[in-house]
Design a protein around this ligand. Sequence first.
Ligand code: SF4
Ligand code: SF4
Length: 339
Amino acid sequence: MTEAESIRNKALELGYENCGIIPIAEVDDYTEKLDERVKRFPETREKTGGLYNFANLTKRFPWAKSIVICISRYGKYRIPPHLQGRIAKYYLTDSRTDEASPDYHASRAFENYLQEAGLQTATERKFGITALRWAAIKTGLGTVRQNNFFYTPKGGSWVHMEAWLIDRELELKHTDAQKTCPKNCSLCIEACPTKSLAEPYAMNRLTCVSCLTTWDGWDIPNEPYNKEIGGWIFGCDACQDVCPFNKGKWTEDETFPGLEALGERISLEKIIEMDYGFLENVMAKKFWYIGKDKVYRWKINALNAMRNGYQESYAAYIEKACGDPNAEVRRVAEWVKGE
Ligand code: SF4
Ligand code: SF4
């Protein structure tokens, strides 16, 4: 068995769906993808700048020779039904920093294995040390579809990718042949509520609901897409949920640690009533794109979702939010009440 095959076997033993290895130079052409993106959406230039670090990795890691990519399925976890359409499933089952998650421990164990095998390694658990989808395509483990998500034959797009740089020249590529998107399919584009997915493979991050409910969209009353955000309060799954290549790929045969219990504490009404200690110590830890200092944002997102799917029973909660300790929540609650 080659060294590359041993690494893959270890990944499989730890529960990963698959593993591939590519020479580090294979991600250098990612700069061209970024150039194309900025040309298509010039308004994203500023937010795209930092991503150029994902290519030409030898500038930052002169010792690195190859990239190991591991894929794990998160489509195996049960999702509390009332959170479907509210919080994107990736974030409900996010193992990147969750020490209670078996996937987090598998990741640590895999890294230890590489190091014990005498390899120097580098990784970045939150956002990847390189462009994960681009590197994963080069391994042949799957394909990127028109909605921009990476798909594997077994997991559909409900897969998480991790990358490690190693100081050994190794290669392990796959040929998991997959059908391309049907020529006449545009279900993902039609499903995108903000038309952020403007055309095949072209998504404007400035108008994507996933960004508008987490990093961006800070002034909800004046946000042009506040209506289109609909009932989402953290992320969006619309362009993945409709995809025929995801049919039957979410199997719900395992429970994600703590998710059932936490789910019982989350609803639009419960978020309005949530105390700031819980938001800071529990919600900001689990859903870390909204940091401790910005947790009032949860209430704003819940108010916007109430506005977009208004029911009489929400009136008392909107009124309650008008007396919230946070001034921004009060401002948005008054706006929703006025509407
Ligand atoms: S995640 Fe939602 S908003 Fe973003 S591109 Fe997909 S469907 Fe559109
Ligand atoms: S919905 Fe259709 S076009 Fe979009 S990614 Fe899936 S198969 Fe491709």
